[in-house]
Ligand binder design. Sequence first.
Ligand SMILES: CCCCCCCCCCCCCCCC(=O)SCCNC(=O)CCNC(=O)[C@H](O)C(C)(C)COP(=O)(O)OP(=O)(O)OC[C@H]1O[C@@H](n2cnc3c(N)ncnc32)[C@H](O)[C@@H]1OP(=O)(O)O
Ligand SMILES: CCCCCCCC/C=C\CCCCCCCC(=O)OC[C@@H](O)COP(=O)(O)O
Length: 276
Amino acid sequence: MDLWWLLWISLLFLVPFILMEISSGFKFHFKLVYYCAMCLLLSALAAPMCLLTNGGRTVNNMRIISRVVRTLKYFFGVRFEVKGLENFQIDGPCVIISNHQSILDMMGLMEILPDRCVQIAKKELMYAGSVGLITYLGGVIYINRKRTSDAKSIMAAVAQAMISDNLKVWIYPEGTRNNSGDLLPFKKGAFHLALQAQVPIIPVVYSSLTSFYNQKKNLFTGGTVKVEILPKIDTSGLTENDITDLTERCHQTMRQVFFRLSNKPYESNGQSNCAQ
Ligand SMILES: CCCCCCCCCCCCCCCC(=O)SCCNC(=O)CCNC(=O)[C@H](O)C(C)(C)COP(=O)(O)OP(=O)(O)OC[C@H]1O[C@@H](n2cnc3c(N)ncnc32)[C@H](O)[C@@H]1OP(=O)(O)O
Ligand SMILES: CCCCCCCC/C=C\CCCCCCCC(=O)OC[C@@H](O)COP(=O)(O)O
């Protein structure tokens, strides 16, 4: 008898909990699907605009794409508070690096995208239907992350194109999405690229999304993202031997800003910040 009571009481508490979990999980996944559907729809609308205006694959399409993507934030209640836009005002090419938390990041990227800027993306993005098509039309550079040697040779060609075509290149040096509330160690491709092209690096930091977007908690509501564009970091005169130092310096600077913007106390991690 005692056991039955225990079972009933546990059920009384468990059922609403399970229902709440299912409904919040449902809401979360529904909103994610809605986000992807909006991306697919907007890309399908933007593609003919790009083709009619610019004819084919060109960085000039990024102006159209960024204007279209900027409307997305109104559907999802996301606001951006941007500081340091003046740091983008440099003549000529540069490498822009920023932290990467989720698929929502391309809203933040497009919010501040400077002129003549393309992104480096994993090659799988090419096959994401109309989103793949729009990234192709915008001049996104695809790399195979599993084949370092291929990625290196593509990036060596990108270094030359940056100079000849006056291009800025946006890279997520963490190399993957990371919603942990900290930065992952940085991969080195962005820093090799800046050195090969002998162009400055401009770090951009977005505050943590975890207060309104958190996969572990099935949370996806609206919220504000603080964005800071930091002063450029010169690479002139640096050589291959300086890559590790440069990578660590950028990681540390961005991590400090990330914690400040996310209103979290800075935690020194005491480890190497470069991916091994
Ligand atoms: C309209 C509606 C909406 C539509 C929507 C539109 C959206 C339109 C926006 C799209 C927006 C896209 C956004 C996508 C975002 C992602 O897809 S993020 C994922 C793809 N991006 C990246 O991975 C970039 C960062 N990764 C890197 O840079 C990596 O270094 C690489 C190049 C992939 C190589 O990977 P790895 O081998 O794992 O990396 P790593 O440990 O750094 O390097 C290994 C060795 O190679 C060396 N190395 C690395 N790179 C180089 C190099 N370039 N040269 C010489 N040596 C090198 C390193 O120094 C290291 O050697 P050691 O120093 O240890 O001796
Ligand atoms: C006919 C084929 C239909 C395919 C349907 C594909 C559905 C996908 C639709 C929309 C996706 C919108 C995503 C916007 C682009 C965001 C780019 C992005 O953030 O990619 C993630 C990448 O940085 C890192 O990937 P991983 O964290 O390593 O993984």
